[in-house]
Design a protein around this ligand. Sequence first.
Ligand code: NAP
Length: 305
Amino acid sequence: MAAAIIDGRRLAAQVRSECRERVQALVSARITPQLAVVLAGDEPASRIYVQNKLKACEEVGVASTLHALPHDAAEEDVLSLIRALNADPHVHGILVQLPLPPQISAQRVIFTIEATKDVDGFHLYNVGALAAGEPTFAPCTPQGVMRLLDAAAIPIEGQHAVVVGASNIVGKPMAMMLMRRHATVTVCHVKTRDLRAHTLQADILVVAAGRPGLIKADMVRPGGTVIDVGINRLPDGSIVGDVDFAAVATKAGHITPVPGGVGPMTIAMLMLNTVEAAAAQSKFRRTWQCSEEWHAQNADLQKAR
Ligand code: NAP
């Protein structure tokens, strides 16, 4: 029997429309969510990703600014730009498109972003918050996968989830999110012995290795759910995931396609995080302004003490 296709495009459109409504509510309270996108260098794939993110901003009504730096920009140029964006009250979210040119430390740049504006969820504070079960901004791709699983009504609690890939931006946060929902999680990486023995046990298999065709039909449990995060460009220009889609779809119960699965959800979740950032910051600013007013009003009283 052929697997049911989990349609990421359709769900992403629903999430964007949810965002649009929330943006309208914020705008009527005179807050326009704004995302600053930092792009250093001229990698064609990065340019395409950035264009797609800016297009999504336009669609949901989020204001966006693109800060493009040359490929030979100094690290300090990027850091001072980030500091200026941190200090700008009109900017609610900051996204740095990765990878950065080799002379710039991605870690230093990401850790310089104010945690409350880190809509990618890569800052140490947000990584720690996710690990501690107090998520502020969760990374967009694994967050998108969780939404896809829920939309397809895939049970998570008590299920065995196998994550292939252990990167900071996909595999590790994915494992933590599944664990928080009480799945039993196995994480596989390059040094995992007998990958197939693990993937065969998966009720939910999430693959984020960046290796086209890594997961074949004989590695998948019949009726299992297969989420393909991989995005690989083949020499003929076509885009494929990490899963042999045609063969695996004859065996799995549910499967995401590439393109049209996880990819659109990643951008939709970025919009959601930006809207959340704007809402949270405006609330904080109101509280802060209140306390400033309070101090001004009580200045005489305090002097008298
Ligand atoms: P990454 O940083 O290169 O990490 C790849 C991970 O996969 C590593 O943990 C690596 O193990 C593991 N791995 C590689 N080959 C493996 C193998 N043969 N068996 C088992 N594990 C293996 O990549 P990433 O940034 O996580 O991205 C992974 C893929 O997802 C890429 O194709 C990327 O383009 C795609 N992606 C898609 C989206 C989206 O929106 N759909 C978003 C982000 C990334 P080690 O840790 O041992 O090296």
